[in-house]
Design a protein. Structure first.
Length: 430
């Protein structure tokens, strides 16, 4: 019998090329579809070692594959369009629009009364006063399309917001961010969750319209404004809270018409009950590592089976320990990572099962409010109470040497992992 061919549209995202090759290689041969800007360098060479490579603008003219899927936010729309052309399982046109456009998603959720959040579209900075009259302050301002908290801000004052939206909507050539459309939303105040974040995510598999919630993922606290620092299985929610979160997530997925594939739904835990932050029509970032380690389930492979039109019956994850991931975040200003110190000691720390950097020494990083992970620390603990201590003890062994550009900036500085996200230049390395 001929092996299946799976077309994977790749543009970075929630699964690495290696994870994709491992998970989908068991199902058939890979056709790696890259946008033109990724046709070069080490990534292209790795793709060629893993399977056949084709440009995104050429894939529709080639032979029909047996499945089309993606783990990249920017590829959701092209994947749905290509799959529809070949009659393969995928998000429908209206559904993929709501999954990739935050404004369209809010409208879809409101129509289904899936715990609406007050939100307003904004394309003209002069309309900021009207927008904030609707949402109130504080408010969240973010691009209508984007991922990883890119250009997502918490605004507390009217003047501050006016300056921000003016910059976000201004053309790049005029010194702005070049966004075309923003969403202004009411800020959802979370409940106190002790050492953990005030939100969770729900990892779901949808097979021919049937929804299975695989896990509720607990979150570590964010670095302001909304930069994610890590996650864990199982969450620390009480049973009644978990039931509410799962019911809300199911309602949201039905409201958006999700019928195929994996989803990652972020939910805020508020005094009024859970509220949807956003629904993502793909695997969540780093969730596959957590799933394979905590539950022995390869979610990349599961996504491939769904895309092939199979009807898998995925199991709900029920780990007997708390498995976590922690990320050190890059500074919010431009910098260059010069060195990493203590990695070998971290790997030997109690409760730690793995540590790796995500940026190489010498890498220059652009500042901003996006999440910006520079590493991933993996481990487990007997219970939730022990997780913060295990992470803290490991981070105490870890530091980075960083350079900051600009006139008057200090030379290379040594920064502890706990302080890197807020670093702007500390003491001289040496």
């Amino acid at each position: 019998m001929a092996r299946k061919r799976l077309a994977v549209l790749y543009d970075g995202g929630s699964a690495s090329l290696v994870e994709i090759a491992e998970g989908l290689g068991r199902l058939g041969d890979l056709l790696v579809v890259l946008p033109p800007r990724r046709h070069g360098g080490a990534e292209l060479e790795l793709s060629r070692r893993l399977g056949q490579v084709v440009r995104l603008d050429e894939v529709a003219d080639g032979p029909r594959p047996d499945a089309v899927l993606t783990f990249s936010e920017t590829m959701l729309r092209p994947a749905a369009r290509i799959a529809a052309r070949w009659g393969l399982p995928a998000h429908s046109g209206p559904t993929v629009t709501m999954l990739t456009d935050k404004s369209a998603q809010r409208r879809g959720l409101r129509r289904a009364e899936a715990h609406p959040v007050v939100s307003v579209d904004l394309t003209d900075p002069r309309r900021w006063p009207d927008a904030v009259r609707t949402t109130g302050l504080p408010a969240v301002v973010k691009p209508a399309r984007g991922a990883a908290s890119r250009h997502t801000h918490l605004v507390r004052g009217r003047a501050e917001g006016a300056a921000l939206v003016g910059w976000l909507l201004a053309p790049v050539g005029a010194g702005g961010a070049g966004e075309r459309r923003l969403v202004v939303e009411e800020y959802l105040r979370g409940t106190d969750r002790g050492p953990f974040g005030d939100y969770v995510s729900v990892e779901s598999a949808v097979v021919a319209g049937r929804i299975t919630h695989l896990a509720v993922t607990g979150k570590l606290p964010v670095v302001p404004p909304f930069r994610e620092t890590g996650q864990f299985w199982p969450s620390s929610l009480a049973p009644h809270e978990e039931r509410q979160v799962l019911a809300l997530t199911g309602a949201a997925l039905r409201a958006l018409g999700v019928a195929h594939g994996l989803t990652h739904t972020e939910v805020k835990l508020t005094p009024r009950g859970p509220r949807v932050i956003e629904v993502n029509g793909r695997l969540g970032g780093f969730v596959n590592e957590l799933s394979t380690r905590a539950a022995g389930v390869d979610l990349v492979e599961l996504a491939g089976r769904i895309a092939l039109g199979e009807r898998p019956e995925p199991a709900v994850a029920r780990p007997d320990r708390v498995h976590f991931q922690h990320h050190t975040l890059a500074p919010a200003v431009d910098c260059r990572i010069v060195g990493v110190h203590g990695a070998s000691r971290v790997r030997r720390a109690a409760g730690i099962s793995g540590y790796r950097t995500l940026v190489s020494p010498g890498t220059s990083l652009t500042g901003g409010v996006r999440t910006g992970e520079v590493d991933i620390l993996c481990g487990s603990a007997e219970d939730h109470a022990r997780v913060p201590r295990v992470i803290s003890e490991a981070l105490a062994e870890l530091s980075f040497t960083v350079e900051f550009p600009g006139p008057g900036a200090p030379g290379p500085v040594r920064v502890g992992a706990r302080d890197l996200a807020g670093a702007v230049g500390v003491r001289s390395a040496g």
